[in-house]
Design a protein around this ligand. Structure first.
Ligand SMILES: Nc1ncnc2c1ncn2[C@@H]1O[C@H](COP(=O)(O)OP(=O)(O)O)[C@@H](O)[C@H]1O
Ligand SMILES: [Mg+2]
Length: 451
């Protein structure tokens, strides 16, 4: 039986037996391509194999076999090492360091006697060699396959029987068997299904790199994320060497883990105590500085918020500039200060900065931002080593925050003992030498830091 024509939108994956100049689902123009229905030559649906059920009890315990890479933060986000036969998708912007990360991990694994097959459709063998030299990856058990098709990859897997397979990137690998355009949604779905199939049947662990779209999602069908076991996003704050690996999905671990790295010339190094990175321990307290235990996933990290309020030369139209903080949130907090404390902030230019290239997007930092703003404005220092936590409502009330125990625990670990926190959370249990000062509203807070 002859297969009927099928058209698919490369933007959203909409399929139709009819061709449209404009996709009826996402309204993209000229985005329909002809694709082959997802059946192979014998008419079987792609992805089906002859498989037999296994007795649950006879399946080896995954936990015991996890492979630790020794790249501490990477293992942490994985949930404690690599699970054999697992497929991990890593998304991130160009230049963030995806290729660096997987090459570094390959280096570590090969030193442990593992065999790695590295497919790169992005760079030439020479380029990869240069990076390997820079990272100090020198091994006889990393095999490179540059350019080539899915079929080349599969036959290399047959020949080499690697322990790990790296695909850099999924957008650049194509199959000879289909007429699909490489990088199209159907092509990626097909290639990924084939790779997963190969991985699961040979017990190979796979790392797949994926490009991300302007919106920050992994380019391709959402189904790509459903197909794999683990989805990571590798992120970096612009122009800093800080990199954060975040688990978006993890069948073998918690998704609220984050791994924090620094990008150096020699590659990525784990930062296991990030609070130290963002905190400058000062002997004296200064106006305009406030410390805050921010949450990244489930991990609290101490950050420093700095504010500078100076008399504005632009009467009635002062400057409001933020780095690492939402400008609208700051504008709102300033209005609350003006209204509740009757301080004429409109006469001041205000600059707000989170140090170390970090960003705060949590409302739990409101009161800490206000602390920095107020102390700069009044040119007074808050008590030394004071930590301020709380969300601020429009009426100036201090509202409770999430995971306050984890935040306080991290600050205590860094040696802080004085906390201002929301009154409704003033009864949380901490050890004896920690002092908690509950506050009801902004006025209450101002009086507490004034003295
Ligand atoms: N000589 C170098 N010294 C320090 N960092 C470098 C050097 N060369 C490249 N890098 C870092 O590596 C990044 C590129 O990493 P790469 O793994 O190719 O990213 P991706 O694969 O995500 O596009 C650069 O943005 C830069 O931060
Ligand atoms: Mg790359």
């Amino acid at each position: 039986m002859k297969n009927k024509a099928l058209f698919e939108c490369v933007e959203c994956g909409y399929q139709s037996p009819k061709f449209y100049g404009k996709c009826p689902q996402c309204n993209a123009w000229n985005s329909m391509i002809e694709v082959k229905p997802e059946k192979d030559e014998e008419g079987r649906v792609i992805g089906t194999r002859q498989v037999k059920p296994v007795v649950l009890k006879e399946i080896d315990n995954l936990e015991v076999q996890r492979e630790m890479t020794g790249l501490e933060e990477f293992d942490r986000v994985l949930g404690g090492g690599i699970v054999p036969g697992s497929v991990v998708l890593i998304g991130g912007e160009p230049g963030v360091g995806k290729s660096t990360l997987v090459l570094e991990v390959s280096g570590i694994l090969s030193r442990k006697g593992k065999k790695i097959l590295y497919y790169s459709g992005e760079e030439s063998a020479v380029q990869i060699k240069l990076r390997a030299n820079r990272l100090g990856v020198d091994s006889e058990s990393i095999y490179l396959l540059t350019m080539g098709t899915l079929e080349d990859l599969k036959s290399s897997v047959e020949q080499l029987r690697p322990d790990f397979l790296i695909i850099d990137s999924i957008q650049t690998i194509n199959s000879q068997k289909t007429s699909l355009i490489s990088g199209s949604i159907s092509s990626m779905r097909y290639v990924t299904a084939e790779i997963i199939d190969t991985a699961k049947s040979n017990n190979i662990s796979v790392f797949i790199i994926g490009h991300i779209t302007k919106e920050g999602q992994i380019a391709g069908p959402k189904t790509l994320e459903h197909m794999v076991d683990v989805v990571f996003y590798f992120q970096g704050e612009v122009k800093t060497d800080l990199r954060i690996l975040r688990a978006e999905k993890n069948r073998f671990g918690a998704i609220d883990e984050v791994g924090i790295f620094r990008m150096t010339e020699k590659g990525l190094s784990s930062i296991s105590d990030p609070s130290l990175l963002f905190l400058q321990h000062r002997q004296t307290s200064e106006p305009g500085i406030s410390l805050f235990p921010a949450l990244n996933g489930m991990r609290a990290i101490m950050i420093e918020i700095q504010a500078l309020a100076t008399e504005s030369p632009f009467a009635g139209n002062p400057r409001r500039i933020t780095v690492g903080c939402d400008p609208y949130r700051m504008a709102m907090l300033i209005s609350i200060i003006e209204k509740k404390l009757k301080l004429p902030f409109y006469k001041s230019d205000v600059f707000l900065n989170v140090t170390g290239g970090m960003a705060v997007r949590e409302t739990a930092a409101d009161l800490s931002v206000i602390c920095a703003l107020l102390t700069s404005y009044k040119n007074m220092a808050a008590p030394r080593d004071l930590i301020v936590i709380g969300e601020v409502g429009l009426t100036g009330e201090i509202r409770p925050v999430t995971f306050i125990e984890s935040r306080i625990k991290e600050a205590v670990r860094q040696g802080f003992t004085k906390f201002i926190l929301p009154a409704s959370q003033g009864d949380i249990r901490v050890n004896d030498n920690v002092s908690l000062v509950p506050v009801e509203n902004l006025y209450d807070f101002y009086n507490k830091i004034k003295n």
